[in-house]
Design a protein. Structure first.
Length: 405
């Protein structure tokens, strides 16, 4: 199949941005601004189109390791303005991020761009690299990422432009290579550079400047890419750190039970791997709460499937996958969320995903209760069948299949 890597990254980066909003106090569209600035600097340095595309990809994915870093080290107990400075002292998210993208189809064979995206020109960064020891793409992303986190390029006040420019100039030869500073001064001398990064315009500006790449890829190869994001999703909360992987395992078993062909089965697995992508937008304090949620908190949790759809609907060719993933909390009696879709609008795969997600959730440990055994979980699911919320036939099949495993 032909697959547009740009709109795939556009979709998943929408969700990754929420991680930085939650953990670092960043503002929305951070990854897009980093990618836009990087693209403009790449033009100044004469990078070829494949190099420009890879830089765009690395910029969109630069902080993909942040969730797992925080899961392992804990988020600093600081106000948002201080979190960025404190988290940036740790190398773990750089190493995790580099490892996560190992299977991503970059075009130029570059390495260690994400690992070294916090290095400083004078050697005072994480790994102590200096000058040309730091890959050029990593240097470019470092400038865009650091300055956007500190000063927010989307701020409309012209005075903020002066603050940003002064900071970059004052760090010539320290944080940033002199040639990189000169390139920034060149692109930022035009008013359009600053306006392009305003919220209403950033998507259009990035689409206008970014090199577009479509690749020929099999569904199985695509699944290997989406598995990257399954790991990121599960690492958002220590209490659901096996949820996506568990759902993927059960979806594969049931796909075999129903004798799905290889293509249909793999699409189902992709949907399972991304079904909770929207949970990256939910505050960790709610996901990690060690008691039952309040009504207000549950209302926030219910937003996650909306965000899953918002991200996946941007990806060409993901129409089925988007529906199967985003509708996993819809119910046959229209009481589900976020849309209250009716039974006749919910296809077999959506009903299957809903039942499997419920079964996986019931059988895994949660902070306020241990995971249930098979029969206890099935009793709750049968109650949902009796109230016309989930599919009776699928529930019977889940009972038969998983009772034996």
């Amino acid at each position: 199949m032909k697959f547009n890597l740009n709109n795939f990254l556009s979709g998943v980066s929408l969700a990754l941005d929420f991680v930085e909003i939650d953990f670092l106090g960043a503002t929305s569209n951070h990854a897009r601004r980093v990618a836009y600035i990087s693209q403009r600097l790449a033009e100044q340095f004469g990078l070829n189109e494949d190099e420009q595309f890879d830089l765009f990809s690395y910029a969109m994915l630069h902080d993909n390791g942040l969730c797992e870093d925080v899961l392992q080290t804990g988020i600093p107990d600081q106000v948002p303005e201080d979190r960025h400075a404190q988290l940036e002292r740790y190398t773990l998210h750089c190493d995790i991020g580099e490892k996560n993208v190992a299977a991503y189809p970059f075009l130029t064979g570059q390495r260690n761009i994400i690992r070294y995206h916090h290095e400083k020109f004078d050697g005072s960064g994480f790994f102590g690299l200096t000058g040309t020891e730091i890959p050029q793409m990593a240097q470019i992303i470092a400038l865009a990422d650091t300055v956007d986190n500190l000063f927010h390029f989307e701020t409309r006040d012209p005075e903020n432009r002066v603050i940003i420019t002064d900071y970059i100039v004052n760090n010539r030869g320290k944080a940033f290579a002199p040639a990189l500073v000169d390139a920034f001064l060149g692109v930022s001398s035009h008013t359009s550079f600053w306006l392009d990064m305003q919220e209403p315009f950033i998507d259009h500006a990035l689409a206008r400047k970014a090199v577009v790449r479509e690749i020929e890829i099999s569904t199985e190869e695509l699944f290997e890419i989406t598995r990257i994001f399954a790991r990121i999703i599960d690492s958002k909360s220590k209490f659901t750190c096996r949820h996506t992987s568990g759902l993927m395992e059960k979806a594969e078993i049931m796909a075999d039970h129903y004798k799905f062909d290889r293509e249909w089965k793999t699409q189902l697995l992709i949907a399972a791997s991304l079904h909770d992508l929207g949970k990256l937008a939910i505050p960790t304090a709610i996901l990690n709460k060690d008691s039952e949620l309040t009504e207000k908190e549950f209302a926030v949790i219910k937003e996650h499937t909306y965000y899953t759809r918002a991200a996946l609907s941007r990806i060409d060719g993901f129409e089925n996958i988007c529906n199967w993933a985003a509708n996993h909390h819809e119910k046959l009696d229209v009481t589900g969320y976020p849309y209250g879709i009716s039974a006749h609008e919910l296809g077999f795969e959506e009903r299957l995903m809903s039942c499997l997600d419920m079964y996986q959730a019931l059988t895994e440990d949660r902070p306020y209760r241990p995971g249930m055994d098979h029969e206890s979980a099935m009793e709750i699911m049968r109650k949902n069948v009796r109230s016309s919320k989930i599919d009776e036939m699928i529930v019977r099949d889940i009972d038969r299949v998983f009772k034996k495993t």
